[in-house]
Design a protein around this ligand. Structure first.
Ligand code: AHR
Length: 658
């Protein structure tokens, strides 16, 4: 009996293997290189920026001093008073009543031979590099007749001085004074001491320290390594400032772009909503200095060659929090903010807001084309507000394209309702979000195959594969998630007729103080790492092509058949066929690729591969190269050739058409 059973099992398993091998033999992909499909939008692959995980202050915004203008709820948060054991001076906070930057400090040193001052801890320390120069600045005036000076010191985590400079010659008028320091050692957790030497009284505000070597050497600039990583993604657009941060936990906490432009010292600091969103990850010291404000966002977009894509509050606070609504009679202020933003970005320098842009250093327009109305809103209240925004904006600026929300989820009742409304409201784009398990991404590679081309186009504005969390709550940026995203993205590209924008979210995270995971780029105070997900995004954006052509297997497009996912495009400029092939099998696949519709192709192809059989593997700041793209050339002969796709791999194949 048992023997019979075993025989049956053996027979069954050999049948299964035979079926598998037969199936494997069917892996012939035909690329119809002469059948032009939809054009791929220049904005297809872009960036989603939100100040979450210390992405702005403490992240890409290169300011090293936290709470530089003493405007946090606790004015000394981030600062330590250095008064000595028996204080021979005092430190006070004054409030000027200026609503945007009310506070400054006064330090009195009562003794010629003592030193009193303050020390700033930075954003979980300050990252400084040996030999690099740092620009110190302070708004300062003296009070009284004495003339104390300032000594400024960079200090390492052991308390040793690793850089020093001084300033003197202060008057009784507020002035910005600047000095340079050079670090004598590399330190991830440095701090900054500002010491008053000699008897007298000094008033200080906006105590600031920036690396000299910022992106493009700009003052008030960005961390170079982080922007370089964005630049290397060749993004088609950059969405800002979020995310839920647009909405705020309540309306008072919403993002108001007008508070983020003009002189840096006049920008109104507010608490970051992510300081209290996630119970176990609530950094009380998370504020928005707005040193990175809307002007800087537009400038960043320009630097990256990306279209700027602001998302504005539509009179609704985050519906996961208070869901506070502005009354319809008071919505005008919000709509006016949108109109004024368009003027700030595109208006002539003779207009109020265009003039401000010019005064800030950019007389030329920023060429804003698209605007998002609300982030993840839902319900009829959203539709009422979106309609009001649309009517006014379209009347004044008919060519500005609008983006509507269909809520935070990829489906469900709210989603259906909002989509129905969007078909009537007709924004140019609809913003879909999906944070789902890797399997969802694999299963949904056909999501857009049936979407209606006549409706608004799709902006996949926030997406990321979320695998199960680790015990500490972090979800890894593992290869499994990245591979699943790659598979799904072949579906976005294949459906370029309806999908015209997509961005992974969120973008940045500080390893010591994150709230959300996974994220595209992680960093500490000294270095940053591109995740496997980053490389997937990069392979799509740098191998975009001009238009889609059919890639067919067994008479169908390929979105999960035998765990393969394929899209193909033609790059008009380089005259190349670009094939993106994801093998989600745990085994290597030999695939026959037929290119039809071209008389001849080159006798070699280049392929860039991301692969690993360990689906849990990820890159980290310590191990940056676990999963990185590998490029090689392969000789082929004729229009039909065999390609070996490694197990669990994403492959970008480029072949020259002759
Ligand atoms: O990307 C993180 C958050 O996810 C965004 O702020 C929000 O829009 C979404 O819920």
């Amino acid at each position: 009996m048992r023997l019979q059973m075993r025989k049956r099992l053996l027979l069954l398993s050999s049948l299964f293997m035979l079926l598998c091998s037969l199936k494997a033999q069917n892996n012939t992909i035909t690329i119809h290189a002469d059948q032009k499909g939809a054009n791929i939008s220049p904005t297809m692959w872009g960036l989603f920026f939100e100040d979450i995980n210390f992405a702005a202050d403490g992240g890409v915004y290169a300011e090293l001093v936290k709470n530089r203008s003493f405007e946090f709820n606790n004015p000394f948060m981030g600062w330590r008073r250095l008064m000595g054991r028996i204080p021979r001076g005092r430190l006070d906070v004054f409030n000027t009543g200026n609503p945007n930057n009310p506070r400054y400090i006064q330090i009195i040193n009562n003794s010629a031979d003592s030193t009193v001052g303050i020390q700033n801890e930075g954003f979980r320390g300050m990252g400084v590099q040996e030999g690099a120069t740092y620009n110190f600045s302070v708004l300062i005036k003296k009070a009284g007749t004495k003339n104390p000076s300032l000594v400024i010191e960079l200090v390492n985590s052991k308390g040793e001085v690793i850089g020093t400079t001084s300033l003197s010659g202060f008057t009784d008028k507020w002035n910005k004074h600047k000095a340079k320091l050079t670090a004598t050692a590399t330190e991830a957790k440095a701090s900054l001491r500002v010491l008053v030497k000699g008897e007298g009284t000094l008033h200080m505000d906006m105590i600031s320290l920036f690396p000299q070597d910022t992106w493009k050497g700009r003052e008030n600039g960005f961390r170079k390594d982080l922007v370089q990583k964005l630049y290397d993604l060749k993004p088609g657009f950059i969405r800002f400032p979020g995310g839920c941060i647009v909405e705020g936990r309540d309306l008072a906490n919403r993002y108001q772009w007008k508070n983020t432009v003009g002189k840096v010292e006049d920008r109104k600091v507010i608490i970051n909503r992510w300081s209290s969103e996630i119970a176990q990850r609530s950094p009380a010291d998370y504020y928005q200095s707005y040193g990175l404000g809307f002007y800087e966002y537009f400038l960043l977009a320009e630097d990256l060659g990306a279209e700027p894509l602001p998302i504005l509050n539509c009179g609704m606070a985050c519906q996961f929090n208070t869901g506070e609504l502005v009354a319809m009679e008071q919505l005008d202020t919000y709509i006016q903010d949108a109109l004024d933003l368009i003027e700030f970005a595109n208006g002539a320098i003779t207009t109020k807001w265009g003039k401000l842009r010019a005064e800030m250093g950019h007389p030329a327009p920023f060429n804003l084309k698209k605007l998002g109305v609300g982030n993840e809103q839902w319900g009829p209240e959203y539709i009422t507000r979106a309609k009001a925004f649309t009517a006014v904006i379209k009347k004044k600026y008919p060519t500005i394209e609008l983006i509507g929300s269909v809520g935070p989820y990829s489906g469900g009742e709210n989603f259906e309702y909002l989509w129905k409304e969007m078909k009537t409201l007709k924004p140019e784009l609809v913003d879909e979000h999906y944070y789902s398990p890797p399997n969802w991404f694999l299963r949904n590679a056909r999501r857009y195959d049936t979407y209606d081309v006549s409706g608004p186009k799709i902006f996949a504005g926030e997406f990321a594969a979320h695998d199960r969390p680790l015990p500490d709550g972090r979800r890894k940026n593992n290869w499994y998630g990245a591979l699943a995203e790659a598979a799904f993205m072949t579906g976005l590209e294949r459906n370029a007729r309806v999908v015209s924008m997509a961005s992974y979210a969120p973008l940045f995270a500080h390893v010591d103080v994150w709230q959300w995971s996974p994220n595209l780029i992680w960093f500490n105070n000294l270095t940053s790492v591109a995740t496997a997900n980053y490389y997937v995004q990069q392979l799509f954006s740098t191998n975009k092509g001009s238009y889609v052509v059919p890639a067919i297997m067994n008479e169908k497009s390929i979105a999960g058949e035998d765990s393969l996912y394929v899209s193909a495009t033609i790059d008009d400029r380089s005259n190349e066929i670009i094939i993106k092939l994801v093998n989600a099998n745990p085994a290597q696949k030999n695939i026959t690729i037929n290119i039809t519709g071209v008389t001849r192709i080159a006798n070699k192809l280049t392929v860039t591969t991301l692969s690993n059989t360990d689906l849990q593997l990820e890159n980290s700041v310590e191990q940056q190269t676990n999963i990185i793209p590998v490029k090689k050339e392969i000789s082929i002969s004729g229009n039909s050739f065999t390609y070996m796709a490694e197990a669990s791999s994403m492959n970008v194949i480029r072949i020259q058409k002759n």
